[in-house]
Design a protein around this ligand. Structure first.
Ligand code: CAA
Length: 389
């Protein structure tokens, strides 16, 4: 694995860090407390190319590679995980799927406004009764007799950016009797301004509160047949392919928040005194610092490995499912471990809203849940290793 960053990587990492520390970090607490969607920040991130880092410039993106994406994502998350979630969904779950499976016309029409940050995209897979077992979805899309459109009915839950998204990639059953069941699922491109689409209440959440989440409902929504993404029946594979890319982004978010918590902890351990010395002089604190640092660096290596595997997959066509799942699993559990230790090192100040440690701790938790729980990542890794499918 060649870990040397090139000039372009250093440039995007530094630009993202500069932007995040100047424009996001100072307002992150405000957005966390109010739960407001950071619309103006998203627009500025679009102008910097951060909403479509791997999207070719002709479709409104920055035309960079996956390593650039993970570096930038970690920097945004270091300032605010919620903002990085909006960025992650636009980049991976929305744009990546359309770039990989869309027609030329679909790429131009559906990717450009999202990659440039003018609009927000979302990904609608989960349903109230279908989470980890994504193949059990019930949302139904029926082709009209003339074949011109699909009539869509159903509801999707936990949709990140759902309250504001202008566009969605939606997964629905076109053939509920298909065997195996995943062959009956199709992906659709949804314009949320059309009749038949509605949104539920914004979900109140433990963390990433500025990343708006809600249920979305389809009630006789007419989706033109031209807006099928890929082929009818290929929806489940599209959903899984897109999640492979998405999981690398979530791992990078986890790395970013872990780094933020770690840096503050080192600083605090150097400055805070107890029993006549800086607390960093105590072996119990040193053990925490050593474990935090080691897990962070191990996460970084797994993320870089997954990013390189994804870039290479464009050439060799090989799936990077295991690399992505390992990066997400390890980095998200590291984020939870590190933010937990960081709160502990800070004692009462770690529990206080005077410092961002408690926000990091709340925000880190989601990385173990969305885009596939840690249990699902373990299942994916083990099945692939054991050749169980
Ligand atoms: N890439 C391409 N194809 C894949 C694939 C992948 N990574 N994984 C599976 N497939 C294909 C298989 O090859 C198979 O096709 P064939 O039969 O033609 O070979 C088909 O998909 C079915 O595969 P499985 O039998 O393995 O499917 P399964 O029903 O057992 O489910 C699973 C597998 C891994 C558990 C899957 O359901 C899963 O990932 N669940 C988690 C769902 C998830 O991550 N949800 C997150 C929601 S989005 C979100 O969180 C966004 C947000 O808020 C930010």
């Amino acid at each position: 694995m060649d870990l040397k960053l090139n000039e372009e990587h250093v440039m995007i990492r530094d630009a993202a860090r500069d932007f995040a520390q100047k424009e996001i970090e100072p307002v992150a607490e405000h957005y966390d407390q109010t739960g407001e969607f950071p619309a103006s920040i998203v627009k500025k991130m679009g102008a910097l190319g951060l909403m479509g880092i791997e999207v070719p410039e002709e479709y409104g993106g920055a035309g960079m590679d996956t390593m650039a994406y993970v570096l930038a994502m970690a920097e945004i998350a270091r300032a605010d995980v919620a903002t990085s979630t909006i960025m992650s969904v636009n980049n991976s779950l929305y744009c990546h799927g359309i770039l990989s499976f869309g027609t030329e016309e679909q790429k131009r029409t559906w990717v450009t406004p999202i990659a440039s940050g003018q609009q927000v995209g979302a990904y609608a897979l989960t349903e109230p009764m279908s989470g980890s077992d994504a193949g059990t979805m019930r949302t139904r899309a029926e082709l009209s007799a003339d074949g011109d459109f699909y009539l869509i009915n159903g509801r999707k839950s936990w949709i990140t950016s759902g309250p504001v998204a202008e566009r969605l990639v939606l997964f629905a059953k076109t053939d509920p009797d298909a065997t195996p069941r995943h062959k009956g699922i199709t992906a659709f491109l949804i314009d949320t301004s059309l009749p038949g689409f509605s949104r539920g209440k914004v979900e109140p959440k433990l963390g990433i509160r500025a990343s708006a989440t809600c249920e979305v409902m389809f009630d006789d929504y007419r989706c033109p047949a031209a807006n099928v993404l890929g082929k009818p029946g290929d929806g489940f594979k599209i959903a899984m392919t897109v999640l492979d890319a998405g999981r690398i982004g979530i791992a990078s978010q986890a790395l970013g928040v872990a780094e933020a918590a770690y840096e503050r902890s080192v600083q605090y351990a150097r400055e805070r005194e107890a029993f006549g010395q800086a607390i960093g002089g105590f072996q119990m604190i040193q053990q925490k610092i050593a474990d935090m640092k080691t897990r962070i660096e191990a996460s970084r290596l797994l993320i870089y490995q997954a990013a390189l595997a994804k870039s290479e997959s464009r050439v060799n066509g090989r799936r990077y499912t295991t690399e992505a799942a390992m990066a997400k699993l390890f980095a998200s559990e590291t984020a939870m471990f590190v933010t937990h230790q960081a709160v502990q090192i800070h004692g009462g100040m770690g529990y206080s809203k005077e410092l961002p440690l408690e926000r990091y701790f709340r925000d880190a938790k989601i990385t173990e849940i969305y885009e596939g729980t840690s249990e699902i990542q373990r299942m994916v890794i083990a099945r692939n290793e054991l050749g169980l499918r």
